[in-house]
Design a protein around this ligand. Structure first.
Ligand code: GLU
Length: 299
């Protein structure tokens, strides 16, 4: 098999214990399949990205002997590819301009008797679906959304996760018409990730379970753009002291890489791999590959 996997960090801060789990799992899975392991710097969300952090992350990975097989792909240089995908969706009538502010979306949802509680996400009420209403025209910045009706039908995506098993989402009801390009001009993660997974020839996506909820949207976009759907495996999360996903808000510190083997061992424990001593990260990794192959056998 021509396996290609990837680790796709957002350079909003250095790697923490949770992100190392995803990096390690994606590396192990690529090596267990004798495949390539690629890195992509996901810096489309410009306000969240911190200059210099991409280099810090690559340095942290290298200290753990996690070295990509090709130079990293950097999303901030990929505008033309995202624009081409957006034009294709527009040409097929699947993408449309939206002039609504958040406030207007909230007000419309209240009028429709719907809350926007799901993960704090607003399910778009469809105000601009049939064209921006005259009262909203003339505003400078506009988001672009994906239409999540096919004909008059909602879109239901069934997919398989190698760890979590059968998954299903009614994208129309659970998410609604989601953003492809934001009102501030930034490309949305969903579009960039789909275009780049295809451009890098990614056959297997291995990433944290917090991202599992995005997968149905990404599969829908792959279908709309005529792209292959990779296989997916979502890894367990590292939880903070408050039981929530580890993040900078609940105490995630930059990884302590004074002892990179210890950091890899801690990440491996989250993945269910046995403790195994080694004198260098490269040796530790080489020995972890067969253990990972045993865990994923048949998945
Ligand atoms: N850039 C995303 C993050 O750092 C990961 C995207 C992905 O793996 O699909 O959370």
């Amino acid at each position: 098999m021509n396996y290609a996997g990837r680790f796709a960090p957002t350079p909003s801060g250095p790697l923490h214990a949770g992100s190392l789990v995803a990096a390690l799992a994606s590396w192990l899975d690529a090596r267990a399949h004798c495949g390539r392991w690629l890195v992509r710097i996901e810096d489309v969300d410009r306000p969240r990205c911190v200059p210099g952090v991409a280099e810090v992350i690559l340095g942290q990975l290298a200290r753990c002997a996690l070295v990509p097989d090709e130079p990293p792909l950097v999303q901030s240089g990929r505008d033309a590819a995202y624009d081409a995908a957006l034009q294709r969706l527009r040409a097929e009538g699947l993408a449309y301009d939206c002039a609504c502010t958040r406030r207007e979306i909230d007000d419309a949802l209240v009028r429709q008797g719907r809350a926007h509680a799901r993960h704090g996400e607003r399910i778009y009420p469809g105000t601009c679906r049939a064209g921006v209403p005259p009262r909203l025209r003339g505003r400078p910045a506009r988001a672009v959304r994906l239409l999540t009706l096919r004909g008059a039908e909602p879109v239901c995506i069934d997919w398989w996760d190698r760890r979590l098993g059968a998954q299903a989402q009614n994208v129309t009801e659970a998410v609604g018409d989601f953003v492809l390009r934001r009102a501030d001009g930034c490309w949305a993660y969903q579009l960039a990730v789909v275009v780049d997974d295809a451009a890098q020839g990614i056959t297997h996506v291995v990433r944290g379970e917090d991202l599992a909820d995005n997968t149905a949207r990404q599969i829908l976009l792959q279908r709309d753009l005529g792209l292959q759907t990779p296989r997916y495996l979502h890894t367990p999360l590292v939880l903070g002291a408050d039981g929530a996903k580890l993040s900078k808000q609940n105490g995630a510190r930059a990884l302590d890489l004074a002892d990179p083997v210890a950091a890899l061992q801690a990440a491996a424990a989250v993945l269910g791999l046995p403790h195994r001593p080694a004198d260098t990260p490269a040796r530790w990794l080489a020995e972890a590959v067969p253990a990972w192959a045993g865990i994923i056998a048949g998945s």
